[in-house]
Ligand binder design. Structure first.
Ligand code: SAH
Length: 215
């Protein structure tokens, strides 16, 4: 598949949606999203849509991936030192994150997807990306503190472990269930500032549920 032109069109659409950070746009332009989905779905890989990746999970919409990474980078003028991703899935977002940060730790609770991500990512040889099979609700203390934490699955709340593992000046971006609603989710931004921890709710999103334990 000659994907350069379609990928450029995807990046232009993302820019038109309001993501202007050149670090994000160039990372989205660099990662070949069609390599992270089944070949039968490759033709749809550059549409702004989520797609099935097996085990009931989905690869996130590129527009949302770009939006969340842009939010994460807003508080970091340069290359953030260490990022934690919860929900490796097929490894797509992890590959994008590895373009914009010095080091990335990505956790997945489903062994089948952890293995699939490893296979998908192997040809890219990203020495700064570490895949971890584990329950992301506990975070990954070995890599902490993190300049940024990004979740690709939504829970009722942001686990305290994530906030504890966030570095001062760091930012966390995660989908959470809107209080009082059973399924509706919104993006939550948590900043660790010298004045304390602040939380901001942003737009509605649709992510797979955050679950505990390893399967
Ligand atoms: N970033 C991924 C999105 C995958 S969907 C991509 O680019 O494809 C979200 C993933 O989060 C699913 O694979 C799901 O298994 C995983 N997940 C849900 N709860 C988790 C947890 N507690 N720890 C780690 N991964 C989790």
């Amino acid at each position: 598949m000659d994907s350069v032109a379609v990928r450029l069109a995807m990046v232009n659409k993302i820019a038109a949606q309001g993501v202007t950070d050149p670090r994000v746009l160039s990372a989205m332009g660099a990662v070949e999203r069609h390599r992270f989905v089944d070949s039968a779905l490759a033709i749809q890989a550059y549409e702004d849509t989520s797609l099935p990746i097996g085990l009931g999970q989905t690869i996130s919409k590129p527009g949302v991936v770009a939006r969340m990474i842009a939010l994460l980078l807003q508080v970091h003028p340069g290359k953030p030192q260490r990022l934690l991703e919860i929900g490796t899935g097929c490894g797509y977002q992890a590959a994008v994150l590895a373009q914009v940060a010095q080091e990335v730790f990505s956790m997945e609770r489903l062994r089948g997807l952890h293995d699939k991500a490893r296979d998908n990512l192997r040809p890219m040889r990203l020495a700064n990306l570490h895949l971890i099979l584990g329950d992301g609700m506990l975070g990954y203390p070995k890599g902490a503190p993190y300049s940024g934490i990004i979740a690709a699955a939504g829970g009722q709340d942001v686990p305290q472990a994530w906030i504890d593992q966030l570095a001062p000046g760091g930012r966390l971006v995660a989908p959470v269930v809107v209080p009082g609603q059973s399924t509706a989710q919104a993006l939550m931004v948590v900043d660790k500032t010298p004045q304390g921890v602040t939380q901001t709710m942003l737009e509605a999103v649709h992510f797979v549920p955050l679950k505990s334990g390893i399967v």
